[in-house]
Design a protein around this ligand. Structure first.
Ligand code: UDX
Length: 451
């Protein structure tokens, strides 16, 4: 919406959230926004309270809108039918009910949240029943439902939105499609705006994420094979990525993919496939998740085995807790499972991240009911130097630029000897570490030198 307000200054945009604290943060005088995203703050500063408004006033915002985007979260269901796989659509449903209640005249409803296929049908049903129920006269309000899934990635959101590979608009109502594409056409070439049927649009979003996640699991599988055979996964990635049928993107091996989308959307595809009796299809996609779980596990196992099976009372510093760089989001971050495994084995963790909020980490690591007496401890620091003091090991979990610029000559001597560096993102060059007194393990390469 920040981008639409920037590109279309004649359109009034209102962002509604029921969470008062969050809206207060979006409206805060010092621009302490709830989301860290490069270049977002300047856009909000420029357009807030001019064409871009933040409010909790659901009723009036819907009543005055010509187009409503449903952009609520659709997490994996924790309970009930399809638990652990299906998406929880309660927020989509309650949004549709609010729109049905407060809308006036004709309203275009755009499904922006990533949803299982045929959710638009549910939205349509809620909307249509609202004006048919109890009113036999001509309906006072009408609706058109479109699907226009979002493909932006966190950390590069502004760039992705300014220059998307494509925009999808799924639906049947030609007028509504035209109105929505007129907005996008202000800055996106027409050739990049694809009009499809509703179900193709919804399924394309799930499929895109499943394919991207699959590439990561594929290269992560190869990373383990590289470590055994003496190959270097970065060389393999470069070699295969140069084949333009494969392409160079999304071939970085990592401690596993995280973020709010990949796992959720894969689980959705698995659930849908099983629902339609396509067990082989479900099993196929399930492997992408299994491999990801294995990748996270093998990293914590490797660290523990390096210390001969016990990390109890060791100081181990985790550099980076975000699921990727340039975001403060830790949802499904591989750092969570690595940290939990190490804590379970009694380690004293020091966690550093340039953007993540300590309270968010506490929500993931302080699950009291699961704590045992032998559990280790953790603390958080924004001071990189403090993370090195007396540390037995450093584990790089996120590819933040700060870690590319670490002065190893200055910081390594602060560690306890023998000291270890585990680079799970493969961002540190061997020749730099070879100049300091540090044992080094790099993903997709293995151990470099042992002292
Ligand atoms: C993803 C999709 O890219 C985006 O199109 C969709 O709209 C939402 O889901 P996001 O989760 O924000 O975006 O980030 P993305 O850049 O895709 O990274 C996801 C995870 O994959 C991260 O944990 C990242 O570190 C990991 N990753 C990515 C790799 O391990 N290797 C890679 O080569 C690329």
């Amino acid at each position: 919406m920040a981008i639409i307000s920037e590109k279309c200054p004649d359109i009034k945009i209102t962002l509604v959230d029921l969470n008062e604290k969050r809206i207060a943060a979006w409206n805060s005088h010092d621009f302490k926004l709830p989301v860290y995203e490069p270049n977002l703050k300047s856009l909000i500063k420029k357009n807030r309270n001019k064409t871009l408004f933040f409010t909790t006033d659901l009723k009036n915002s819907i009543a005055e809108a010509d187009i409503v985007f449903i952009s609520v979260n659709t997490p994996t269901k924790e309970k009930g039918l399809g638990a652990g796989y299906a998406s929880d659509l309660r927020w989509v449903e309650s949004s549709a009910r609010s729109i049905a209640k407060y809308a006036k005249d004709h309203t275009i409803v755009v499904e922006k949240s990533t949803v299982p296929v045929r959710t638009a049908e549910l939205i349509k049903k809620i909307l249509t029943s609202s004006y048919l129920n109890g009113n036999n006269d001509k309906p006072k309000k009408t609706f058109s439902v479109l699907s226009s899934p979002e493909f932006l990635a966190e950390g590069t959101a502004i760039k992705d939105l300014e220059n998307p590979d494509r925009v999808l608009i799924g639906g049947e109502d030609k007028d509504a499609i035209e109105k929505l594409s007129l907005i996008y056409k202000r800055w996106i070439p027409e050739s990049k705006i694809f009009v499809t049927n509703l179900w193709s649009s919804e399924l394309s979003k799930l499929t895109a994420n499943a394919f991207l996640a699959q590439r990561i699991s594929s290269i992560n599988a190869i990373s383990a094979l590289c470590e055994k055979t003496g190959a270097d996964v970065r060389e393999v990635s470069k070699a295969i990525g140069a084949d333009n049928r494969i392409g160079e993107k999304f071939l970085n091996s990592s401690p596993g993919f995280g973020g709010s989308c990949f796992q959720k959307d894969l689980l959705n595809i698995i659930y849908l496939s099983r629902y339609y009796g396509l067990d082989e299809v479900a099993d196929y996609w399930e492997q992408v998740i299994s491999l990801n779980e294995w990748q996270k596990r093998r990293i914590s196992k490797l660290v523990i085995e390096t210390f001969f099976g016990t990390v109890s009372s060791r100081k181990i510093s985790i550099l980076g807790f975000a699921f990727k760089s340039n975001t403060n989001d830790i949802r499904y971050s591989p750092a969570i499972s690595v940290a939990r495994d190490l804590l379970e084995n009694g380690a004293n963790l020091y966690i550093h991240d340039p953007q993540v909020n300590e309270n968010e980490i506490a929500l993931k690591l302080d699950q009291k009911d699961q704590k045992s007496d032998t559990e280790g401890s953790w603390s958080f620091t924004r001071d990189l130097k403090a993370a090195f003091v007396d540390a037995d090991a450093i584990i790089i979990m996120t590819e933040w630029e700060d870690y590319l610029n670490i002065n190893w000559h200055e910081l390594t001597p602060l560690m306890r000897k023998p000291s270890w560096l585990f680079d799970t993102r493969g961002i540190i060059e061997e020749f730099i570490i070879s100049q300091v007194n540090l044992n080094f393990w790099k993903i997709g390469k293995g151990f470099k030198k042992e002292l």
